[in-house]
Design a protein around this ligand. Sequence first.
Ligand SMILES: C[S@@+](CC[C@H](N)C(=O)[O-])C[C@H]1O[C@@H](n2cnc3c(N)ncnc32)[C@H](O)[C@@H]1O
Length: 257
Amino acid sequence: MSSDPVSSREQFNAQASQYAASAVHRHGPSLPVLLDYAAPLPQDRALDVATGTGNTAHALAPFVASVVGLDLADLMLDHARRRAQEDRQTNVRFVVGSAETIPFPDAAFTLVTSRHAPHHFLNLDRFLAEAHRVLEPGGRLVVADQISPTPAVQAWMDPYQTLRDPSHHAQRTVEAWRALAEAAGFVWTQDTLVPYRLDFAWWTAQSGCTPETVQRLRAHADALGEAERQAAGLEYDAGGLLVAHIEQMLVVRLEKR
Ligand SMILES: C[S@@+](CC[C@H](N)C(=O)[O-])C[C@H]1O[C@@H](n2cnc3c(N)ncnc32)[C@H](O)[C@@H]1O
């Protein structure tokens, strides 16, 4: 369950080309919900934290004045820059930096987003404090991230996810998210869950798992009882082979009042 920013950078730099080509990440169903909650305006100055190959930054760009995409992984940002050039987006730029020490002054933005990334952050409380700091009063933070339905599922899920991707850190419950967001000073205004069905073969290939890691993941899952499998969203075929799991993405709009 532990990782450090270097392992996130290494993990995503190593998978950058695969990630850039992934339709699940580029067009996955959390993105339109995030955009709806963000309600981007022509005067918005947006920051997309842990932008990766820039999926959310590119989606916001046509609707706002400017977008900065921030990420630790420089090779992910290379793909993001290339795509912005191909799409002739001139109001987007990409900067190397950490979610926990955002390299911008207070009140620099009116909209902050972060999609499918906060479960990698070592200090979610620091990210939330930083997002709050760089937002203007009246600004909003819109997050999409995978959650665990209960603390018991999280205790099983974090080692499972970390085995597959060593840069995974913590897949919190909605209640834990809410407590941290409110402690950082945000008002929780809107939320929903968006389910993703992730094919096991695709999911393990996407993060570069070796055959040995795939076997260890199967063993970790197979040790669960039926009720626990259901709670964790695991899907088995008739022959008893793990084929997929359902990951619930929390999309939430937080406001700085
Ligand atoms: C699963 S990708 C999500 C990318 C993108 N937001 C999207 O929706 O496609 C996670 C990204 O988080 C970045 N990341 C992880 N920890 C970070 C941190 N502490 N600060 C900045 N970026 C981080 C990784 O480098 C990676 O590019």
